[in-house]
Design a protein around this ligand. Structure first.
Ligand SMILES: N[C@@H](CCC(=O)N[C@@H](CS)C(=O)NCC(=O)O)C(=O)O
Length: 231
């Protein structure tokens, strides 16, 4: 049994999708990041960077409970544990890892900043909006070219697709139009049609809030004094 500490965000959905794709048993523990659950001392023992998602695998290595944070590490761990969604042979395996790292180092941070400056910044900062919107568009272009060469990012459907897909669901809020990226649209529709993906996206979906609903307390927890308090 795996404990999944999550909240309905793109990073959280990566892991719930993988758990569903693998048919693993898991229990969901909501981490309401607008309420500050991520700073709970017990959660920080599992995820010292105060971010969800995190897991505890009660059937970890040596049969011991194994805690893990960082969504990319969790996806790699689950792929190794199950032998699914990542090739074993070196060249194909590193193709998956390469596109997973592309997501972790590029897509997540840049799409996230585009989202932040377009939806959450208390006042509009044109330089930041332009920079992150354009960089996000450039990354969509990289994906589009790649997906013009093969069906999925690493050839076969893999954890790299599961990592990128949830971030592309909010393309409009990132200032993008999928008509400009037809290969991404084809890929998006194929992944979105997978029943396991829909089950993964349903995890805590009813708790999802619109950015316009964020209040001052939540803003302080996520982006202000509460976030930067030394712990
Ligand atoms: N690199 C991390 C990023 C995780 C992350 O940014 N999680 C956000 C929500 S999507 C979070 O927990 N934010 C709460 C906070 O920063 O206090 C991963 O991929 O797991």
């Amino acid at each position: 049994m795996i404990d999944l500490y999550t909240w309905p965000t793109p990073n959280g959905f990566k892991v719930s999708i993988m758990l569903e794709e693998c048919g693993l048993d898991y229990t969901v523990f909501p981490v309401d990041i607008g309420r500050g659950d991520q700073f709970d001392p017990d959660f920080l023992k599992i995820s010292p960077n105060n971010k969800m998602p995190a897991i505890v695998d009660h059937g970890g290595p040596g049969g011991q409970p194994y805690p893990l944070f960082e969504s990319g590490a969790i996806l790699l761990y689950l792929a190794e544990k199950t032998g699914r969604f990542m090739a074993r042979e070196t060249a194909a395996r590193y193709l998956v890892i390469q596109w997973l790292m592309f997501q972790m180092g590029g897509v997540g941070p840049m799409f996230g900043q585009a989202h932040h400056f377009r939806q959450y910044a208390p006042e509009p900062i044109d330089y930041a909006v332009q920079r992150y919107t354009k960089e996000t568009g450039r990354l969509y272009g990289v994906m589009d070219r790649r997906l013009g060469e093969c069906e999925f990012l690493a050839g076969d459907y893999s954890i790299a697709d599961m990592a990128c897909f949830p971030w592309t669901r909010s393309y409009e809020r990132q200032g993008q139009d999928l008509d400009d990226f037809p290969n991404v649209r084809r890929w998006f529709d194929a992944i979105d049609a997978r029943p396991a993906v829909q089950r993964g996206l349903a995890v805590l979906a009813d708790r999802r809030r619109d950015p316009s609903e964020i209040d001052d307390k939540q803003r302080s927890i996520l982006f202000g004094a509460e976030q930067y308090k030394r712990r």
